[in-house]
Every structure is written in C-alpha cells, then in structure tokens.
Design a protein around this ligand. Structure first.
Ligand code: PMP
Length: 358
C-alpha cells in the first residue's frame, strides 16, 4: 500500500521510533515491570492534563471516553447544558440524550467561538443543571473555546460539573485542568498524542468522584472507581492494549522532556506557516479563534470535495473533507503528529497545483 501523507485530524503521522515500539513482542501486564510502566504513564498523563487528579486509560476511541464522562458522573433525568458549535459539541448532547439526560443546547454559530456572556446567561437561567459540557477544539470547525473563562464563571456554581472534550485540543492548545476548574476532561491517542487510535483518557476531580457515587448510569467496563483503584496499584482492571500502551509510554516521556510549552510553540509555528500559505493561495481561515493544528477553510466557488479527492488520488496526501451540506464547501487540514515544515511546504505546493488543475 502506498503511504499517504496524513494531514487530517487524526490518525496522524507517527514518529519512527514510536512506530517501531509497536512491533516489539507483546508483554504480560501483571508484572512488576509493567506496573512501573503504568506508574510512569499515569504521572506523565497528569502532566499532560495539568492535574493532580487521577487520569485513567480506557481501550476505546475518544467517543468511548466521552460516554464514560457521561455515564460515570450523571444519572438519568439529570439536567445538563452543552455547548454546540459543531459535530463534537453536538455529540455531548447525543450521548446525554441516549442516556435519558435532559440536555439543553447552547447553540453556537459554526466557525464562531462560544461567547462567555451567553454561556453565563444560560447558567443563570438553568442553575439547577448538574453539568456543563464544552469542547476545547471543536474539530469540525477548528474553533478554540475559552475554557478558562467559562471555568471562571462556573466558580459561582459549585454544584455544577464542568466536563470538557479535549480530544483534539490537549497538548496542542493550552489546557490546565485544575487551575481552570475542569472536573472531567477526556482525550484520545490519535490527535496531538500522535499515536495510533485506540486509547481514551479521562481525568476526574474529587467533586466528580462524589457525583460518581450517586450515578445510576455507571457501566461495568467504564466504571471509574475500578480504573482509579487499579491505577493506584499501577494497573488497569482489564487487559490493556499492550502495544499501544508501550507507544504511549515512550511518547509521553518525549513530550515531558520537550516540555508542554515548547511542544505547543513548535506546533504553533508550523500551524502559522500552514495558514500563511493557505492565505496566499486565497483561502480564508474559517475559525474566529482557531485552535492549533486544526485549520478549516472555505473554498468559495471551487468544489472542496474535488480538492480532497485530487489530493488523495493524484498526490497521496490526505486532507479532511467536511460532512453534510459543507461537503463541497469546506476542507480541513491537520498538522498534528510527525508533520514537519518540509511536509507543510510540499502540501502547499501540491495544493497550488490542484487549484490550477481545477
Ligand atoms: N471529540 C473531538 C473534539 C474529536 O475531534 C473527535 C475525533 N475527531 C472525537 C471527539 C471523537 O473521537 P473518536 O473518533 O476517537 O471516537
């Protein structure tokens, strides 16, 4: 199979040494060595989330971690608010509805940032909700949400859980779970972690753990108490995805060595080079306040889907189409993972040719 350069929003290009980690023989996980590995991983994940709370690892994709964030801490007939600025904000609502949670949408125009004043108004009018759901990087539009500012407002509502989807935002954009007052944060392996898909991460505050005691939706496989208790002895309740966990260990050690700030700045520089180039080709960035590594652009009179297809079929570069009515109008480019400046320059050159051809 010919390699296609992944400039989508996950999965990403994976660094060579991390890829090689996956080809090592499997290990048995109930050993002292493996426990040491988990202890290191749990510490490094806390660093990634900027939290003192436990972070647990599920063998699931991001949506599984999102569902765990709903079912562990809430109960049927609870009332919640969710910010909906695109597919992933909407997903919070869909998961809650599936579990018979009364879900009140805070609609946000596609491409615009959620306005803190509007969130505040919804909270004033619905102060009896159990949780507020938000998305750090709404990957469908590339909009960054001001989680810190929303966390500030929530200080006046100590009984409301703040639950944030950081699937595409964590590491790429600033996120300080404890300082910003986030109770539950979820992420996944295939975006800025730049690992294969298959691991979901969830971090829960003490307040969230109190809510979990009362939840009537807690499932067997995702039960947060089981994972937290096991993490305290450097283990997981069920068989972990051994190969992925080895890759996670190595990747986290590298990120920790580089430092979150340096990591973010490095990707920010690359993202700026990409956006400059897109602007020069005549594209405008959709997001009002764009997230790092996620760039959505409207294509005006050119068919966005044809661009995606030509890039894939003729030039072996994957960029992400949009769904539904935006299919022919908007495409998205990701520069998570092992995408270097030379790849971005190559991508821009190829995109220029594709525009000529169309
Ligand atoms: N939330 C966000 C913000 C995402 O970008 C994604 C994946 N694109 C998900 C949730 C869902 O993750 P998964 O596809 O791994 O279930």
């Amino acid at each position: 199979m010919q390699h296609k350069l992944l400039m989508v929003l996950g999965p990403t290009e994976i660094e060579k040494d991390i890829l090689e980690e996956a080809s090592k023989p499997q290990e048995y996980m109930r050993t002292e060595d493996y426990t040491q590995k988990w202890v290191r991983i749990f510490e490094n994940l806390k660093y990634a989330f900027q939290t003192q709370n436990p972070v647990v690892v599920y063998a699931t994709s991001g949506t599984g971690a999102m569902e765990a964030a709903v079912t562990n801490f809430l109960s049927s007939n609870d009332k919640v608010l969710y910010i909906n600025g695109g597919s992933f904000g909407k997903r919070w609502g869909d998961i809650c509805k599936k579990h018979n949670i009364v879900s009140i949408e805070i609609p946000v125009e596609f491409g615009k940032s959620p306005q803190v004043d509007i969130v505040k108004k919804y909270l004033e009018e619905n102060s009896d909700v159990k949780a507020l759901f938000a998305t750090l990087n709404e990957t469908s539009s590339g909009v960054l949400t001001d989680i810190k500012a929303i966390g500030e407002i929530l200080k006046e509502y100590p009984d409301i859980l703040f639950i944030v989807d950081c699937v595409s935002g964590l590491l790429a954009d600033e996120f300080c779970q404890d300082e910003w007052g986030v109770d539950v944060a979820v992420s996944a392996s295939q975006k800025a972690f730049a690992l294969p898909p298959g691991l979901g991460f969830l971090s829960a505050s003490k307040k969230a753990m109190e809510y979990a005691k009362k939840s009537n939706l807690r499932t067997f496989y995702f039960d947060i108490f089981d994972y937290v208790n096991n993490s305290q002895r450097g283990q997981t309740p069920f068989t972990p995805a051994v190969g992925l966990v080895n890759q996670l260990d190595k990747r986290l050690e590298k990120i920790r060595k580089e430092g979150l700030e340096n990591f973010r700045v490095r990707y920010k520089n690359n993202t700026e080079i990409l956006r400059d180039g897109l602007n020069k080709l005549g594209f405008n960035i959709l997001a009002e306040n764009p997230a790092n590594c996620t760039t959505a652009v409207y294509t005006n009179e050119i068919d966005a889907y044809k661009i995606v297809q030509l890039m894939r079929e003729k030039y072996s570069i994957e960029i992400a189409p949009s769904g539904g009515e935006l299919k022919h109008k908007l495409f998205r480019v990701g520069n998570f993972g092992d995408i270097q400046i030379k790849d971005i320059k190559y991508f821009l050159k190829v995109l220029g040719s594709v525009l000529q051809e169309l």
